[in-house]
Design a binder for this molecule. Structure first.
Ligand code: ADP
Ligand code: MG
Length: 564
């Protein structure tokens, strides 16, 4: 019988490895940029043509390579970065597997030009379908790698590449990631001879954020940090109104390496808690720095995933940093008053719409140490439209949504009762007899357990009635019956069989809250704003909607055009 097992030749091995390392043009950009960073470059220029399908070039001003190293660099597992597995725990370089150049060369035509600082001539290596030619060239210090016709020798892979614009977007994303995690370096990204992105080192992280995000989003970002033994987290996160419908704009970095990690993302979301609306996701940059011995970057061929030795610590530090970032009340919400201003501009004799740019109102609370005075003092002035409270705080004009504010208060008080194990239910001195229709009785029986869990205790009383013995503590006695009926109504509208737990409690809370349209006395307004400012998150209701809009003196000046 013939032997079946054969050791694969190097070309085949490289092509297989390429399948893991090189998925699309963006993967080539990533590997080449990482090599430039590892070479100590301070200026990196990435140019692509046809979304990188035709050409990708990455040029750096790093320390270059000698002739011998340049020739060796195309060999599989050729690396200058580690020499044994122990080195991985002290790793400070992006690369270490020594398979990027060999893999890329296996699936494209590669031209590498490089020169070391001490050398007066450079070396050029052309690798074309397995044929390697070495020659001497004149070139600047540093390295340029040009990759042409990616997957030219693998028609099926080539076909699986997406349109130019999609591949371009992916390449762009890669460059943005490094702009965000290496703000101290300069990057240029050029697509089909058009300069797309320029980031200059001097702009630092502010410049990085402004390049990677919409300028408004970047300007509004809030900063928070946290530290644990061997772990440090720096978070820059967007305002609530800049949240997105997916997690794509939440960028995570571990030791300046872009990573994907569901748990880290969840920790960020938890940090936002109820401030974010349902199905909304924050934007931002989370930079995690972990001691090399506490993180494993070698769990994925393209090093996109990481594993932590002390995961709990990392996650709690992330949560803490977000909490701190969101503490800055003055930055939580920012309003675009363009629309508001335009309405007034439509009148005759008023300057054109162009004359007013986007007017932003920023919450500018008095500058006091957060610890000294936990919340700014708010003085209610009047109730308008029976819906909003006009108030003043530290020279700013406030409009408070009475319902949203009240919801926040009730929500937190219910939450507190649950957390502290306080009785959720209060017994009524005299039970209330409630007559229910057959339909109501059905809904009640179906959801009986949930309702009891939230504090409503009823006992059968005759044929069609029940005696309401206890009600949730958040409700006043007078509200008991109407709130119960309202909730039954809510439950009837819901899909049958749906499991409801806390949701019922929130509904109770919602029905308890002061409603829009309710007239409030001065005393009630004062109590409402004071209770609001004693909650943990006074600036949003539990659905993530703002509880207040703030107009600073500067905003008013702009709106009245006292300022150009
Ligand atoms: P790795 O980065 O994992 O070491 P690569 O295949 O990406 O493997 O690169 C192989 C080697 O080539 C590197 O270890 C490095 O010594 C050298 N090299 C690659 N790109 C550059 C560059 N831009 N500047 C200097 N040296 C480089
Ligand atoms: Mg590399």
């Amino acid at each position: 019988m013939e032997n079946r097992i054969r050791v694969l030749d190097e070309d085949t091995v490289n092509k297989i490895a390429a399948g893991e390392v090189v998925e699309r043009p963006a993967s080539v950009v990533k590997e080449l940029v990482e090599n430039s960073l590892d070479a100590g470059a301070t200026n990196i220029t990435v140019s692509i043509e046809d979304g990188g399908k035709k050409l990708i070039s990455v040029r750096d001003d790093g320390f270059g390579m000698s002739r011998a190293d340049a020739e060796a660099s195309f060999r599989r597992h050729a690396t200058s970065k580690i020499s044994s597995i122990e080195d991985l725990s002290r790793l400070s370089s992006y690369g270490f597997r020594g398979e990027a150049l060999s893999s890329i060369a296996a699936v494209s035509r590669v031209i590498l030009r490089t020169r070391e600082p001490g050398s007066n001539e450079g070396v050029q290596i052309v690798s074309d379908s397995g044929k390697v030619t070495v020659s001497t060239v004149g070139c600047p210090v540093g390295t340029e790698v040009v990759v042409e016709e990616l997957f030219g020798n693998l028609p099926a892979r080539r076909k699986s590449l997406k349109s130019k614009n999609i591949e371009l977007a992916h390449c762009r994303e890669v460059v943005l990631n490094y702009i965000l995690c290496r703000p101290g370096l300069s990057f240029t990204f050029i697509s089909d001879d058009e300069t797309d992105i320029v980031h200059v080192a001097a702009e630092g992280i502010k410049g990085s954020l402004a390049t990677a995000f919409d300028s408004k989003v970047a300007e509004g970002m809030m900063f928070g940090d946290a530290e644990r033994e061997g772990v440090r987290v720096e978070s820059f996160v967007g305002r609530l109104e800049h949240s997105r419908s997916s997690l794509t704009d939440l960028r995570l970095f571990v030791n300046d390496r872009p990573v994907r990690n569901q748990k880290l993302a969840s920790a960020v979301l938890e940090g936002y808690g109820s401030k974010l609306m349902k199905d909304r996701y924050p934007v931002g940059v989370i930079r995690i720095f972990v001691e090399g011995s506490l993180v494993d970057v070698n769990v994925h061929p393209s090093k996109r995933e990481v594993k932590f030795a002390k995961e709990g610590e990392v996650l709690s530090a992330v949560g803490e940093s977000i909490g701190k970032a969101l503490e800055t009340p003055s930055l939580l919400y920012q309003y675009d008053l363009t629309k508001f201003a335009e309405r007034f501009e439509a009148r005759e004799g008023v300057p054109s719409a162009e004359s007013i740019k986007t007017v932003q109102a920023t919450l500018k609370m008095p500058e006091v140490e957060a610890k000294e005075l936990p919340r700014p003092l708010i003085v209610p002035l009047a109730q308008i439209m029976n819906t909003y409270i006009l108030a003043e705080s530290g020279g700013n004009l406030l409009l408070i949504d009475q319902h949203a504010a009240s919801e926040r208060i009730v929500y937190e008080s219910v939450l507190k009762s649950i957390e502290t194990g306080k009785e959720l239910s209060q017994a009524l001195l005299a039970p209330l007899v409630i007559r229910m229709s057959a339909a109501e009785r059905r809904v009640f029986e179906e959801h009986r357990e949930t309702l009891e869990g939230s504090g409503f205790v009823l006992e059968p009383f005759g044929k069609e009635s029940y005696a309401l013995r206890s009600i949730p503590t958040v409700l006043g006695v007078a509200q008991g019956e109407s709130a119960f009926r309202n909730i039954l109504g809510d439950l009837a509208k819901m899909a049958p069989g749906k499991k409801l737990g806390l949701e019922v409690i929130w509904r109770v809370a919602c029905h308890t809250a002061v409603r829009a349209g309710e007239v409030l006395s001065e005393g009630q307004m004062r109590q409402l704003v004071s209770e609001l400012m004693h909650t943990e998150s006074p600036y949003t209701c539990e659905h993530g909607r703002p509880t207040m809009i703030v107009l600073s003196p500067a905003d008013l000046e702009r709106l009245f055009k006292r300022q150009v």
